[in-house]
Design a protein around this ligand. Structure first.
Ligand SMILES: Nc1ncnc2c1ncn2[C@@H]1O[C@H](COP(=O)(O)OP(=O)(O)OP(=O)(O)O)[C@@H](O)[C@H]1O
Length: 267
């Protein structure tokens, strides 16, 4: 028998980390039913940075909560590395907009929290926390309590805490939404540096179109009523993560394209 040699480049065989097929979510009360997501299909490859943007109420948070396993879907299927999602798991780390640190724990203890639960030995736990405190630039604040930190610093702890558990996917729900513009820019740059270094797969929810283009390799543009994916946009390399790029003509052009996609479907 002849040997068949596969000459396709590796890029073509990118491993799909998250696969969603026809995911629908209907919220039901005794009196009414509301379709928050209608047959949403998408994929996220391993090590990819993918954002979902869309108007308020298009179902972005519902979608992320379904990926996180915090919410069930009404129909459809969603899998991570080929395994159907049926609840929360350590393979997914989450960072929310609202600060979710434990107020009574120090920065180090917050970052070590998941490892403590898993029974990771002290020596290893310390080393992991040290690595991630260094990564987010908070090693000098190891003993501080959350109330002593600014909003940006709290989110840096939240990112470090999520990554310390070595998740396969980092799920981020408007993590920089409550920050002032300057801190937000600094956090975006930090996140990209972390992503490049750690090679984490990131799913990022935002209603900030600029943020989505700047951070992502691909953007899914959503529409509301019912929540659906309107368009998938592959962000050209030159528009991402480059200082000053947000003021460039191609960046503004893409931003306008997404605004008009979303605008067409505003109420
Ligand atoms: N538990 C719930 N019960 C009933 N309806 C809900 C529930 N959660 C969300 N919804 C509705 O589903 C729709 C989608 O909500 P979701 O929070 O996912 O949207 P979103 O795009 O994240 O919005 P925003 O940007 O405003 O946070 C909204 O109209 C919301 O009112």
């Amino acid at each position: 028998m002849m040997n068949v040699v596969d000459l396709r480049p590796y890029e073509e065989a990118a491993e799909s980390k998250i696969t969603a097929v026809d995911v629908s979510k209907v919220y039901s009360t005794k009196k009414s039913q509301f379709t928050a997501l209608n047959r949403v299909s998408f994929h996220v490859n391993a090590h990819e940075f993918v954002s979902f943007v869309g108007p308020s109420g298009c179902g972005k948070s519902s979608l992320l909560r379904i990926i996180a396993g915090l919410e069930s879907m009404t129909s459809g299927s969603m899998s991570i590395s080929g395994h159907e999602i049926d609840g929360p798991g350590a393979d997914r780390g989450m960072v929310f907009q609202s600060y979710t640190l434990f107020p009574w724990l120090t920065v180090r203890e917050n970052i070590e929290f998941g490892l403590t639960l898993k029974g990771v030995p002290l020596f290893e736990k310390r080393a992991v926390a040290d690595h991630f405190m260094e990564l987010v630039g908070l090693h000098k604040f190891a003993r501080s309590l959350p109330k002593e930190l600014s909003g940006g610093m709290k989110q840096r702890v939240a990112i470090a805490r999520a990554l310390a558990n070595n998740p396969e996917v980092l799920l981020m729900d408007e993590p920089f939404g409550a920050l002032d513009p300057q801190t937000k820019n600094a956090m975006q740059e930090l996140l990209l540096r972390i992503w490049e270094k750690e090679k984490t797969t990131v799913v990022f929810i935002t209603h900030d179109i600029e943020e989505a283009i700047f951070l992502s390799q691909r953007v899914y543009v959503m529409q509301a009523h019912p929540g659906m994916i309107r368009k998938e946009i592959v962000v050209p390399r030159g528009l991402r993560s480059i200082d000053g790029v947000k003021d460039s003509e191609p960046f503004i052009k893409l931003k306008k394209e997404i605004i008009s996609l979303i605008g067409d479907h505003h109420e």
